[in-house]
Design a protein around this ligand. Structure first.
Ligand code: COA
Length: 191
């Protein structure tokens, strides 16, 4: 184990694994009669907090969210279950993976709506990032999820660097040409 992380005893993934099941009531619906994406995001954030705070033993804040792609709509009356576990820990940050399924209890059909990854940071009483316990990996799934989180972190950093470089070179005058085949109309002052 990395000696820099040895000051706190490790905790297993199972220590903080959390499942939340909630009935989708009419108050959660949008004008189309289906559940708001924001309702699901709010539930996911609660599960991410529960997992992160249990592992860290500290108050935690949400820093970023990856992989929010709702593949299928969720209907009022369905039971939504959110299964969260700590996939990765850094020094003060944790990544909580959350799988969301929606179940129609009458038909028994189960839909996997999304799997998302919440990066959380533990904070001390002075609101400063504080060290979290190392993660005890006990199964091959634990190891796979940790390795995948490392890869996601690496790719996200590469993307940010690439995009930041591209953005600094993005001149509006050059970009107008790229809009030729897009569904936009330029105002008079731009043409
Ligand atoms: C996230 C936050 C704690 C980072 O503070 P900071 O002074 O930059 O702290 P550090 O640079 O030491 O980063 C702390 C950890 O956050 C991670 N981090 C910071 N920004 C990140 C980002 N955008 N994505 C992923 N991880 C990030 C760092 O990698 C570091 O992790 P590590 O200790 O495991 O290596 C600070 O920006 C913050 O408090 N943001 C507000 C969070 C919040 O209030 N969320 C709720 C929104 S209502």
């Amino acid at each position: 184990m990395n000696p820099g992380l040895a000051t706190l005893p490790p905790k297993p993934v199972s220590h903080s694994r959390t499942t939340l099941t909630e009935l989708m009531i009419p108050a959660y619906a949008n004008f189309g009669g289906r559940v708001h994406g924001g309702t699901l995001l709010s539930l996911m954030d609660k599960v991410a907090y529960a997992c992160a705070a249990k592992h860290a033993g500290q108050y935690c804040v949400t820093v970023s969210v990856d992989g929010v792609n709702f593949r299928q709509p969720v209907e009022v009356g369905e039971l939504v279950s959110l299964m969260g576990s700590v996939n990765y820990v850094g020094r003060t940050s944790l990544v909580v993976g959350i799988k969301v399924i929606a179940e129609n209890v009458k038909t028994g059909s189960v839909k996997h709506t999304n799997t998302s990854y919440f990066t959380m940071v533990a904070k001390d009483d002075a609101d400063q990032p504080t060290e979290v316990p190392p993660l005890l990996l006990e199964t091959t799934d634990d190891v796979r999820r940790f390795l995948e989180a490392m890869k996601r972190k690496e790719l996200r950093a590469a993307f940010s660097e690439h995009f930041d470089n591209a953005r600094t070179r993005m001149l509006v005058a050059d970009g107008l040409e790229l809009l030729r085949n897009e569904r936009v109309v330029l105002g008079n002052e731009l043409t």
